[in-house]
Ligand binder design. Structure first.
Ligand code: FAD
Length: 323
């Protein structure tokens, strides 16, 4: 089977990011999954077992000081070295800010071809075919490349399941990128997250609220339903602009793109810019008092009603089930 490289992002504190599972699953479905990590020298040993349990058959540990001191230079050099080592038929990365940066640069270095924001990817004979949700989710299209190494960024949450766990073999290499023109990282300030809720990006369940909530105080209802379901909280731009929640909650064209198993939209009309960020959710539930709201066009389940009447009953029912 052909090698498929999965670029695994590692946090500043050395943890594997949540996108690893999705990338290794997609890679395992296409060929032999090879995880590639770029780490500071001597810090990668603990990652190999974890990546094996997520389905990696091999782990290429590229050690470089640049992994933590420059923007992307170490990671791109790690992937470039892995491409030379494994001659893969495709490289997969997360469609995250870092993943996009790294994938774009790798495409230039390898004269490869970039397929971005894919919601699915498969091997079709010799070709790699990526699926994209475009024009605000109105169309699903397939794309392939005619020449060069296919480098695919995958939307977070787009691929379900997990590759079979195993024990990965590790290969460690020292990588020395040219950092003369790289942007350097002077310092990193970790934001302290006090929430016990899942992170919006990559969450399996999301409850989002819109202008229909009416006020910041009322937005608590969205959080209550999210907590009853163990879901992340999102919002429409109108809710963000009205000051109900910070911009980091915004789902849509100019916010975060999500692809959860379950997306519940409360008091959200379903403007195309909002749909662009959530239309690939596997199951969409909408509660809106206007039966003509466009959100119902894409909802799998819809309730026409007032969120302040319906949602407390839904929470009550969920809690009763849990008891
Ligand atoms: P509204 O459209 O005002 O809808 C509120 C809904 O709540 C209505 O359907 C109403 O029937 C319902 N409602 C009211 N009261 C209740 C109640 N008590 N119970 C139940 N239902 C109730 N938007 C985004 O979300 N994300 C983006 O990233 C984004 N990017 C944009 C980029 C550009 C360039 C532009 C031009 C716009 C962008 N927008 C984005 C804005 C988008 O066009 C909409 O204005 C926005 O999504 C509307 O948010 P909303 O659905 O919460 O508000």
């Amino acid at each position: 089977m052909s090698n498929i490289l999965a670029f695994i992002e590692v946090s500043t504190t050395g943890e594997i990011r949540g996108s690893a599972q999705m990338l290794l699953k997609a890679a395992a479905d296409m060929g032999t999954p090879v995880a590639v990590v770029a780490v500071a020298p001597g810090t990668g040993a603990g990652l190999v077992e974890q990546l094996g349990s997520l389905g990696a058959q091999q782990v290429y540990v590229a050690e470089t000081d640049a992994a933590t001191t420059t923007v992307a230079a170490g990671q791109v050099a790690a992937l470039e070295a892995a491409v030379a080592e494994f001659s893969p038929t495709a490289v997969l990365a997360a469609h995250s800010p870092d993943g996009r940066e790294i994938a774009g640069r790798l495409a230039v270095r390898t004269k490869g071809a970039l397929l971005v924001d894919a919601v699915g990817v498969k091997a079709d004979g010799d070709r790699v075919v990526a699926t994209h949700s475009v024009f605000g989710g109105a169309y699903t299209v397939e794309a392939t490349v005619e020449g060069g190494l296919p480098i695919v960024t995958l939307r977070l949450g787009a691929i379900d399941g997990q590759a079979p766990a195993g024990s990965a073999t590790a290969q460690t290499a020292q990588v020395t990128p040219d950092t003369s023109v790289a942007a350097t990282i002077d310092s990193v300030n970790d934001e302290t997250v006090t929430s016990t809720r899942p992170e919006l990006r990559g969450a399996q369940k999301i409850v989002s609220g819109g202008r229909g909530l009416g006020s910041k105080e009322n937005f608590v209802l969205v959080e209550q339903l999210a907590d009853a379901l163990g879901a992340a909280v999102g919002a429409s731009r109108a809710a963000v602009d009205a000051g109900y929640v910070p911009h980091s909650y915004q789902v849509g064209q100019t916010g975060i793109t999500v692809s959860p198993q379950l997306y519940i939209a409360l008091g959200i009309s379903g403007a195309i810019q909002h749909r662009a960020g959530m239309q690939t959710a596997k199951t969409i539930v909408a509660i809106n008092k206007d039966e003509d709201s466009p959100i119902f066009e894409i909802a799998d389940f819809g309730i026409v009603g007032d969120v302040f009447e319906v949602v407390p009953k839904v929470i009550e029912a969920i809690e009763a089930r849990g008891k």
